[in-house]
Design a protein. Structure first.
Length: 254
């Protein structure tokens, strides 16, 4: 499968989930309490006020809209028109300065040194060429701009993790009208993704370093994860906990 066909399949998969994506804990930001926690994380990392921020793989705009609400101007790009349609509606309803554009996260269609910050959440694991993506994000950042990557590992490949995820998803398929991930990627696409079960911190750090980022730091998002856990259904809590982190780096800083 070539890249165009693969990314078309990925876009169609997420568009099929767009209507109920935000209903799932850890996808949509569902409470003011969780929103406040995200704002605290971003405030500590961003280099100033009223920044121009790129949200790559923005989906329904969960992160970008929080940043827009903090006074920043946000451009979101995604391959899934279905997901962005939900995001556009939310931005309009909340009167927030976030635009949504069709674009490939690995090749964002912007000039060099356009943005003060680049952010993405739950994206790195689903990229066929993560090294290309990091190099592109470095290119579109201004000097001293910051990249923020939110990801984790939810399937370490162990037998125990496989069993627990299988039990949880099996129950979800029985009791939910729209269980998350029910559509899923084809076997061919899954085989082409180097981080299908999530991105270990050391792998993410290597991606940032190789792309030229410095001042790299990892923040454990345990407080956000615990906040989300309070809203999980009992069978969702069967899933392995895994890791959840934000890794950041800056352009032009060793």
């Amino acid at each position: 499968m070539d890249d165009n066909a693969m990314k078309s399949h990925i876009a169609q998969t997420w568009s099929a989930e767009a209507g109920y994506y935000d209903n799932h804990v850890s996808h949509g930001v569902q409470t003011d309490e969780e929103k406040k926690l995200w704002m605290e994380v971003f405030s500590a990392l961003l280099p100033g006020n009223a920044l121009h921020i790129l949200d790559v793989g923005c989906g329904t705009g969960a992160m970008g809209l929080i940043l827009a609400g903090m006074g920043h101007t946000v451009a979101g790009i995604d391959l899934s028109e279905g997901m962005m349609a939900i995001g556009r509606k939310k931005a309009e309803e909340q009167n927030l300065p976030m635009t949504f554009l069709t674009g490939d996260a690995e090749h964002p269609p912007f000039e060099p040194e356009t943005f003060d910050a680049v952010i993405n959440r739950h994206l790195l694991w689903t990229l066929p060429h993560p090294e290309t993506a990091l190099a592109s994000w470095h290119r579109v950042l201004k000097p001293r701009g910051v990249v923020m990557v939110i990801d984790g590992v939810w399937d370490d490949g162990s037998f125990g993790a496989k069993v627990r995820r299988g039990v949880s998803s099996g129950i979800a398929r029985i009791v939910e009208a729209h269980p998350h991930g029910d559509k899923g990627y084809s076997d061919e696409v899954r085989a082409a993704l180097p981080n299908l079960g999530g991105v270990p911190e050391e792998t993410a750090r290597r991606y940032l370093t190789d792309a030229g980022f410095g001042d790299i730091a990892v923040q454990d998002l345990a407080r956000i994860r615990e906040n989300q856990r309070k809203r999980l259904k009992w069978y969702e809590k069967i899933n392995p906990r895994g890791t959840y982190y934000l890794i950041s780096g800056r352009k032009g800083i060793e």
